[in-house]
Ligand binder design. Structure first.
Ligand SMILES: [Zn+2]
Ligand SMILES: [Zn+2]
Length: 360
């Protein structure tokens, strides 16, 4: 730890920062943030990378605005321990273990904030780690209304992925299951993409007793799907016709398919995995618009639905369910000093589960 201590807290810390001007990443020394009355200062235990972090380095059509041009700390998926609470904070105290969502400067109360705080009617929402400082730093300031306590007997070191991948997967699964009236053990759900998000979606579906087919182009992700409990795991690149295989396994196709990829072609072929009246859950976000045959959607009465990482009340349910059912994110962790290499590994796609940083 660098810097002078103010009471028990240092004044300086290290942070993995994105430099918008040349899209580079450096571990910089920056001040430990001072908190506002509605904020909690957290000592970060673990932070992990999400595919959407890579959007910082790509041209995008989603209107992502990268801060004000100054370097900012990356990361929007983390967990840690409370070291300080602001005067307005309710229900959290020093020493609590917690995780949280990354949207700040929203009101948390309007109609839009009940679905997603990014679309708050105020129009001032920002994403920590995307436009303002995120969590690949030793200490971070978070809004108390984004925070959820982590039970003491959960392994804090492995919890970080629950706070973006986990809650996104949990919401996609519960939003999908809400559309499916049949008995779980005779209802088939495909998970397209079995990496960081998909391996958790599979674990949640299996915890609910559904039949699951994982689909992915990467042999590592196929192994991950199997390790996460998928009844079948199919690789479209394997040579055999995976759509035929899905029909053979399920009879008439899956009742639902949850697509967590950022791939337009993966979305385009998803309707073919579904039976009539099936549910196509849009969760992964490709940079380009999706393309479907309207004929497939209309004649088969496919229900296209959306889901996202959600709000704090839903995050609470996700953490509770994950605790009760022993859901475990698979995460490979590095030191903050190795952040650039971790990022390169993420870009290469040659890794299983989640990649992240474990702090001292
Ligand atoms: Zn994320
Ligand atoms: Zn709002």
């Amino acid at each position: 730890m660098n810097g002078e201590t103010n009471g028990h807290l240092p004044t300086k810390q290290r942070a993995a920062q994105f430099h918008p001007k040349d899209k580079s990443v450096h571990v910089n020394e920056i001040p430990v943030p001072s908190i506002k009355p509605d904020e909690i200062l957290v000592k970060v235990r673990a932070a992990s990378l999400c595919h959407s972090d890579l959007m910082l380095f790509e041209p995008n059509d989603q209107g992502l605005v990268l801060g004000d041009g100054e370097p900012f700390t990356m990361g929007h998926e983390a967990c840690g321990t409370v070291v300080q609470v602001g005067d307005e904070v309710k229900g959290f105290k020093k020493g609590d273990k917690l995780g949280w969502l990354p949207i700040v400067d929203c009101c948390f109360d309007c109609e839009e904030c009940q679905i997603h705080n990014l679309y708050c009617e105020r129009g001032e929402s920002k994403v920590q780690g995307m436009t303002v400082d995120g969590y690949f730093q030793e200490y971070c300031a978070i809004k108390w209304r984004n925070a959820v306590r982590i039970p003491d007997d959960m392994d804090l070191d492995a919890c970080a992925p629950l706070f973006c991948a986990g809650c996104t997967a949990f919401n996609a699964v519960t939003d999908t299951l809400a559309e499916l009236p049949g008995k779980p053990d005779s209802t088939w759900v495909a998970v397209i993409g079995c990496g960081g998000l998909g391996h958790l979606a599979i674990q949640y579906l299996k915890a609910y007793d559904y039949r699951v087919i994982g689909i992915d182009l990467s042999p590592d992700a196929i192994a991950e799907a199997k390790a996460s409990g998928a009844d079948h795991a199919l690789n479209p690149k394997s040579g055999s016709d995976y759509i035929q295989q899905v029909r053979k396994i399920t009879g008439k196709g899956c009742h639902a398919a949850i697509n967590v990829t950022n791939s337009v072609p993966a979305y385009s072929s998803t309707p073919q995995l579904l039976r009539m009246n099936g549910v196509l859950m849009v969760t992964g976000i490709p940079q380009k618009p999706l393309q479907f045959q309207a004929m497939d959607i209309s004649m088969n009465r496919i229900r296209v639905r959306g889901s996202n990482n959600g709000t704090t009340p839903r995050l609470e349910k996700c953490v509770k369910f994950s605790h009760e059912h022993g859901i475990k994110p698979h995460v490979t962790q590095f030191k903050l000093d190795d952040f650039e290499e971790t990022l390169k590994l993420m870009e290469s796609g040659r890794h299983k589960g989640r990649l992240g940083v474990l702090f001292d």
